[in-house]
Design a binder for this molecule. Sequence first.
Ligand code: NDP
Ligand code: HSE
Length: 431
Amino acid sequence: MAERVRPLQVALLGCGVVGSQVARLMTTHAADLAARIGAPVELAGVAVRRPDKVREGVDPELVTTDAAGLVSRGDIDVVVEMIGGIEPARSLIQAAFANGASVVTANKALLAKDGPLLYAAAEKHGADLYFEAAVAGAIPLLRPLRESLAGDKVNRVLGIVNGTTNFILDRMESSGAGYGEALSEATALGYAEADPTADVEGFDAAAKAAILAGIAFHTRVHLDEVHREGVTEVTAADIACARDMGRTVKLLAICERAEDGRSVTARVHPAMIPLSHPLASVRGAYNAVFVEAEAAGRLMFYGPGAGGVPTASAVLGDLVATCRNRVGGGRAPGESAYARLPVSPMGEVVTRYHISLDVVDKPGVLAQCAMVFADHGVSIDSVRQTGKDGEASLIVVTHRAPDAALASTVAALRRLDTVHGVVSIMRVEGE
Ligand code: NDP
Ligand code: HSE
């Protein structure tokens, strides 16, 4: 008679937007999961902050506020961390490893800050660290980068990795919704972080960029090394201006290897992209990421980037992977940071600017402005001027130049008496 396989014990930390869907899928898909893993998977406990909250489909007997006690019970095989933030998530994950459990997490903030610490703890205790859901929600992106492209050389990762801000920009453009109204809607739909500042100020996308750059370039990239600008400064006028020029505004994460291959950069900022670019048609909370690899060429990953149900799919995928390792032997890939490439500052990134100026409408002003660009070594691609009541609106799009040169050009333009205002500055990508 076949020996009965011991059920694997899973501790779920956090039962909010994502955690509640993980619990639901673990229950509804229990038989399939057992068949795919080769052993049943049981929910051993669910740690939350508010034990009295009604949680549909979760056995109240399993609910506890003692997350530390649950993690160190001694019989836990996998800890699924769905709390978010730095503490207590970091201590709980470390305790999980110390107790021999493997960890599945979606916590990009913690990974971008303390990824090496977590990898080292997993390695020390012979456990797995999986985090597919940390970047781009449901989209399988980290596993392809870590495993499928492990034999290739990735040169660039570019895309939309924050669902909340894409939702906001999309609503502002398509329905003329105000910024605040669009953010409230994204929060109600479960896309935003517990503190939505993380989304709108670009911290969430920057954390994801750090994770992506680290994996893509086999180099440690800390959150502080990622240039970050959010969407709070993007105005309806910017969006209208982009539309007039056949472009749209997206919050992009861009990780690049320098042309000489000796350094990398990682940045997050709003950018104008042509309406014909595939990223322009990424709507709502969807994400899309291009990966450019030397041999594979240009790959595109697209799908739901936020929300409880889609994100839970990625978490369950990781849960199956780590449970299979428990049953059949095997380990998750560990940290790969052997390349140790330096991360260059934003000033060295070569990019293009779209600059909108209000200037005095008199002879010589255009030439004066053009001279400022020339003095800073910035070549102009196009100029559009429209007159209005003694003033003129000047829209200049540059060719590619180092960001530092572009920034000092704008600073010099601001100092001209004939420039009444710099209405908007935005980088241009994807052309
Ligand atoms: P929520 O805020 O919806 O849920 C957080 C959960 O953690 C709640 O159940 C909360 O308990 C519990 N919790 C908070 N503090 C503690 C504590 N000290 N001890 C025990 N439990 C605690 O977050 P999300 O589900 O949205 O996000 C979870 C993780 O997934 C985060 O890392 C997030 O960045 C990531 N993520 C989220 C996505 C999304 O679309 N929402 C997509 C991809 C990743 P209680 O219910 O009692 O308040
Ligand atoms: N707040 C995040 C977003 C959740 O909007 O993309 C997915 O990581």
